[in-house]
Design a protein around this ligand. Sequence first.
Ligand SMILES: [Fe+2]
Length: 296
Amino acid sequence: MSSYIIGKIDIDNDKLKKDLQIHDNFPKIAEEYDEFGTGFWQNCSLWNATDNKNDTMYRDYDHAAQQTEYGKKLTYVDELLKNNFKFDNLKMVRTRNLIDGMVIPHKDFVELNKPKQQYFRVFVPLEDNELAFHSDEESVFKMRKGEVWFLDAAIIHAAVNFFNNSRIFLCLDYVFPGDYSPEDIFANKSNYNPELSPFIVSRQDVEADFEESVIKSLSKIISQHTFKDIVFMLSKLHFYKNLPITTCYDMLVSIAEASQDEAVYEKAIALRKYLIEKRDLRERFSLAQWPTPLKA
Ligand SMILES: [Fe+2]
């Protein structure tokens, strides 16, 4: 299933403004998957497993979510959450910001144990931003302020903000033990409305030889020096060109293969596996480390 709008909530701009000013002072800390983002990418935990504001990793646990210091400081966001959403089965609430940057295509939950359909991730934009988009295996879309979205993080997805305006979203993670309906997350059922039309981005079609010509040309410059740049550049293409989201990794592997650089090829295969196929909990992948490090 791809992502879709499940409803809408009202947001008081004046009250929100005060919280966003407080949020501006929350520091950026190192996070688990930082390496796969560019620009300013920040996750602040408002509710989580431990009540520790620096605990940002989503994982399974079997008790009620705890409110962190950040969650308590954002008093209007706290009111929004409590007035609009149920806390039963809610395991984590984070704010997410992405400025002038991107989170490259990946699947979440691949390292977790429960059946994927039990995980229900919800996004609520607190700010509108004309140049911030999300994507999944079906389309590229823009989430607008107040919309409540189901984000299918179990399929391949990505996010981008092409500009340097802030883009703060709320991310709510539910885990349901059995059957459920998306409307179960709402405190007030009247906010549930799966009929709302999403903003889908129309993208440029590509010429028939597009992939072939990109593979041929980039195979001449891919190396340990440029690998990371090429990963991010290829990941950006599908946001404005009509290409499937997985094309970036398939092209990367073909580019690496055509380069005849064994280390680059191995890295490309391993990166694709880690991000969209299989990884273990706490397993890390480094874009920067190579079997034979670069020397001056
Ligand atoms: Fe994700």
